[in-house]
Design a protein around this ligand. Structure first.
Ligand SMILES: [Mn+2]
Length: 358
């Protein structure tokens, strides 16, 4: 079975349930998911028996070579979508309401109205389909993760206390690229000292401060992302820093043991949160335990106290990333990626968890 067979089956099943004659795919990650080709400016139309990929001149040749054999590639010109709608005979067409700008929607609506076509929002349907990974997808995420880990090992062999946070980030990104990742998964976070108390802090052109250094980063493989965080200590950790680090690690380990099919995201979050709260850090773990990772760096499902009752199922791939942040002082986070299997969970991250002093 081809890698794309199941995903098309799932989308077409949904189309049948909602009486849709077609779905217009506009989100770049969904275009990649259904075509095998990354084109940030294209769109595609999936019908019960056809998959038409539109690509403008800049992407057309590559799209013809790289798209799944199930796709028909057409050159995208102004008005291509309106033309397709006009001649399709479709009555009801799904669109990605979570992706379109108002301007793009207005244009689509105008074309649909002209052909008396009803537009139907598909909401998060495709994102939901993507939340169950096929083995080939997991393999790509692991490939990206191995690149990230190797880059981090290399960084640790060259890192010096007089480097700036930006240099640390640049070293990592340079090494990931040399190791085969075309782009980083997202802009690398490398924040030290007081700046580490901001979970998504931006690296500064200042020398590493003593204390915690949090590095959150990832590589990519064929559009799939990896995500990991390790917190190091510049200089020797004091007793409180060590206690805080060990608390985060205990929370992460306990959450990893809890993450398995049938457990809800909020339950997994609560396992980590309880350990952090009862160690005296209540209110200092200000984000959720984790999120899905795939063609997007943040996708479904979420392991969050706010999303109650959604059970993890085999095929989900999520991060496990508790943290403690003390405003004005420092912060610490440890993050691995976990794949939910039929009977448990597989930690996809292969990097030591113990506190490393630099
Ligand atoms: Mn993450």
């Amino acid at each position: 079975m081809a890698v794309y067979t199941k995903r098309y089956e799932k989308l077409r099943e949904y189309m049948k349930e909602c009486s849709l004659d077609a779905v217009v795919v506009t989100a770049a990650e969904n275009y990649l998911y259904f075509s095998g080709y990354h084109n940030p400016d294209g769109y595609m139309i999936v019908t019960p028996d056809e998959s038409v990929v539109f690509a403008d001149f800049r992407y057309y040749e590559a799209a013809k070579n790289e798209c799944f054999p199930v796709c028909t590639v057409k050159e995208q010109k102004g008005g291509s979508l309106a033309e397709w709608l006009k001649t399709s005979g479709a009555a009801r067409v799904g669109f990605e309401n979570g992706d379109l700008s108002v301007a793009r929607f207005d244009k689509m609506k105008e074309a649909a109205d002209a052909s008396k076509i009803e537009l139907f929002p598909v909401d998060e349907t495709i994102t939901e389909i993507r939340s169950i990974k096929e083995r080939e997808e997991v393999d790509l995420i692991v490939k990206a993760q191995r690149i990230a880990e190797k880059a981090l090992h290399e960084l640790l062999s060259v890192i010096k206390c007089d480097m700036t946070e930006l240099e640390v980030a640049a070293e990592l990104e340079y090494r990931m690229k040399k190791l085969g990742s075309p782009v980083p998964s997202f802009e690398t976070i490398a924040v030290s000292g007081k700046a580490s108390s901001v979970p998504h802090g931006v690296p500064r052109p200042v020398k590493l401060e003593r204390g915690f250094l949090t590095i959150d980063f990832g590589a990519t493989a064929c559009g799939y992302h990896s995500d990991m965080t390790r917190t190091f200590c510049v200089g020797k950790a004091d007793a409180e820093q060590r206690r805080l680090y060990e608390t985060v690690l205990a929370a992460q380990t306990a959450a990893h043991e809890a993450i398995r099919p049938g457990v809800t995201g909020d339950e997994a979050d609560a396992v980590a949160r309880k350990i952090i709260d009862s160690a005296g850090y209540e209110g200092r773990f200000g984000h959720s335990l984790g999120h899905g990772v795939g063609l997007q760096i943040h996708e479904l499902p979420n392991l969050s106290p706010k999303i109650v009752g959604r059970k993890l199922i085999p095929g989900n791939l999520v991060t496990n990333e508790p943290g403690i942040y003390i405003e004005g002082l420092y912060g610490c986070r440890i993050e691995d990626m976990v794949f939910i299997t039929e009977n448990g969970a597989e930690n996809l991250t292969d990097f030591p968890h113990e506190l490393i002093e630099i």
